[in-house]
Design a protein. Sequence first.
Length: 148
Amino acid sequence: MRALIERVSSAKVEVDGQAISAINIGLLVYLGVAEDDEPSDADYVADKIRYLRIFEDDAGKMNLDVMQIAGQVLVVPAFTLQADARKGRRPSFDNAAKPEKANELYQLLIDKLKARQLSVQTGKFAYHMHITAINDGPICILMDTQPI
C-alpha cells in the first residue's frame, strides 16, 4: 500500500463539476493499493497518518500531528501510485490491486482513520476526479508498506 501524504492548507475533490469533499488545514492522502496488500497494511497506514508529526509547533519545528492542530484528512483513491515506470515510456500498473480489493482496502483505511477519531473526507472510488490543493510547505511524504 502506498500513500502520498501532503500537508495542506486546504483541498477539495470535484466529480463532474460538483464539489464532493473539502477540507481546510490537514492532510491530503492519495492511496494506491497493491495486489498483495492486506488489512494489516491499512492499519499501518492509518497509524502513520494519525501520528505523523509534520505540522509546526510554536518553535517552528515539525512536532505536531493532525489531531493536535485540529486538522482534517482527505483520502483520495489513486491506483496510479502503484505505477512502475522504470522500463519503457508507458507505466505498468500490474502491481495495482483489482478494483474490488482496492476499494475494500480503501474503505477499510477510511474506517480505521475514523476509528482513530479523525475528521475524514473522501474522494470517489473509480471516478475521474479533479483535486485542488494548496500544499503547505511543500511537505509531501511517500509511504510504502512493501519493500521496493
